[in-house]
Design a protein around this ligand. Structure first.
Ligand code: XMP
Length: 311
């Protein structure tokens, strides 16, 4: 059944207004399409009683903090940037197991959010959880950080009441709602970006240095593959090393994987058929711009059996 976006938007606006009343709501935005659509929707419902909260966790893509904050403010949305990178790096220190990393991220995220909720006296938290997040967490494929009830996080513990206006929608419907809300195409067509950010693209320990490597490589991949309009395209930093030659000397360096997939709803995905010349161009740029990298690979694996992200 196709979604009547206007009806959906009006229903959600009514619902949000009814629940929040004269109170204040926070909407945590990561810059990904779900949380941006959610913030714009909530803003239509609540106006100045909505605060968009951007937690700068140090795991964002290049220029993300400035771009997202600018986009929200341009639309008249009250926006607060919380600088919390050090807290997140501390929480992730020494963690290498994917689920341990997700748990550490999640706990820190809700600690930071909980503090903001108290500071800004918010009564509600509005989240951009979508149907696929719930399905995958239920299916024990992985614990998405934003499905609170299912991952055993009590919102009350953090002083939060939660609203999830997009929880019945899949990604293509979220984009339609974004379009109907008047968001720019750049936003509603944006690639999904996971809550735990670049941490999902680092195998092994997350450190500021390793984030810098994957962030630079991701910017290169996104720029070069944009014209193919992939569902998602990014870089991954592996934990293994491989021998190479850098500046005429043998080097035991880092391995970067290029990941680009086609998908409708992120539940299944196929690798993008990127022309070989483009892959070579990306490879050259990555090894040239990132001294630590000695190997660049392309991931051919569909989902299933693989997942899109790496942790
Ligand atoms: P996977 O890696 O499970 O990813 O194939 C499916 C889709 O979900 C995104 N993803 C997340 N989104 N919080 C999010 O908000 C998360 O913890 C998370 N983990 C994965 C991923 O980018 C892909 O679009």
């Amino acid at each position: 059944m196709s979604l009547d976006t206007r009806k959906f938007i009006n229903q959600q606006i009514d619902e949000i207004r009814k629940k929040v009343g004269q109170g204040t709501a926070l909407c945590a935005t990561s810059g990904g399409v779900d949380s941006m659509v959610c913030a714009f929707l909530a803003h239509q419902a609540l106006g100045q009683n909505l605060i968009a909260l951007f937690i700068d966790d140090g795991l964002m893509r290049e220029n993300e903090t400035q771009t997202v904050a600018r986009t929200l403010r341009k639309r008249g949305i009250k926006t607060i940037v919380v600088k919390a990178a050090n807290d997140f790096f501390k929480a992730l220190k020494g963690k290498k197991d994917p689920e341990d990393m997700r748990k550490a991220f999640r706990n820190q995220f809700y600690k930071t959010l909980g503090k903001a909720v108290k500071k800004y006296k918010a009564d509600y938290l509005i989240q951009g959880t979508i149907a696929a997040d719930v399905k995958e967490t239920k299916g024990k494929i992985k614990t998405q950080h934003n499905v609170l009830a299912q991952i055993g996080v009590s919102p009350k513990k953090y002083g939060l009441s939660i609203l999830e206006p997009l929880v019945m929608l899949y990604k293509p419907e979220v984009r339609k709602v974004g379009k109907a809300l008047g968001l720019s195409k750049v936003i509603y067509e944006r690639m999904p970006f996971p809550g735990p950010g670049l941490a999902t693209r680092i195998v092994g320990e997350v450190t500021p240095h390793r984030v810098r490597i994957v962030r630079t490589a991701t910017a290169i991949v996104e720029k070069e593959l944009r014209k193919f309009k992939p569902f998602q395209a990014f870089s991954v930093l592996m934990n293994d090393r491989a021998t190479g030659v850098k500046k005429g000397r043998r080097a035991f360096g880092n391995i970067i994987v290029i990941r680009s997939v086609e998908s409708k709803d992120a539940l299944t995905a196929q690798p993008t058929r990127v022309p070989f010349e483009i892959l070579q161009k990306i490879q050259k740029q990555i090894v040239r711009e990132i001294p630590e990298v000695t190997k660049v690979l392309y991931d051919l694996t569909p989902k299933p059996p693989s997942t899109i992200e790496y942790i």
